[in-house]
Design a protein around this ligand. Structure first.
Ligand SMILES: [Fe+2]
Length: 185
């Protein structure tokens, strides 16, 4: 289940809100300019489907989103625990950072948590299969897919030079451990 948990940034032990209702998640995140949507393809592509097939399955949603945001490119990323350098990758995403463009991800398979730090609040958004999230440019955040990741995701972007992060140097992510439910088969 998708899930949003909100904390004050100095109190990781007390949730101010904890919801698994996708509509409530979307409405709570909207004022932060965070887009959260559920996308449904007529047929969910297989985990090992070629990228073109995955892009095609979500084409109407992608076209709509790209038309609205002006983003020009989309691709498919996959990683699991056998991905080379996966531990180093995880560390990279786990430190609070920002980007100079929106970070837009759609979960075709698997799950991961985007944790946003806005003002004095922390918004932990657990995204699962069928969830789209867009983290606005300049918004401090981190990401975790857990110790046993198994993710196929779409990326939608304008800057084709790749994933570039500006680290804030804040160690806050260490104080907000993310729990990724174990759904490994
Ligand atoms: Fe990021």
């Amino acid at each position: 289940m998708s899930r949003l948990t909100i904390y004050r940034d100095n109190a990781p032990e007390t949730a101010l809100l904890d919801t698994e209702n996708p509509r409530e998640i979307a409405e709570t995140l909207r004022p932060l300019n965070v887009r959260f949507e559920r996308w449904q393809a007529p047929v969910t592509p297989a985990k090992d489907a070629p990228p073109e097939q995955i892009l095609e399955a979500y084409r109407p949603y992608l076209d709509g989103l790209m038309g609205e945001t002006g983003a020009g490119s989309a691709d498919v990323v996959r990683f699991d625990r056998n991905t080379p350098q996966i531990a180093a990758m995880r560390e990279k995403y786990l430190s609070e950072h920002t980007h100079s463009e929106d970070e837009v991800r759609f979960f075709v398979h698997g799950q991961g948590a985007f944790v946003l730090h806005v003002g004095d609040k922390v918004y932990s958004v657990l995204c699962v299969q069928g969830d789209l999230i867009s983290v606005p440019e300049g918004t401090p955040h981190w990401f975790d897919a857990g110790l046993n990741p198994d993710v196929v995701a779409l990326r939608v972007f304008t800057d084709t030079t790749g994933w570039i992060a500006e680290y804030t140097g804040d160690e806050i992510a260490r104080r907000f451990p993310v729990t990724i439910p174990d759904i490994a088969a």
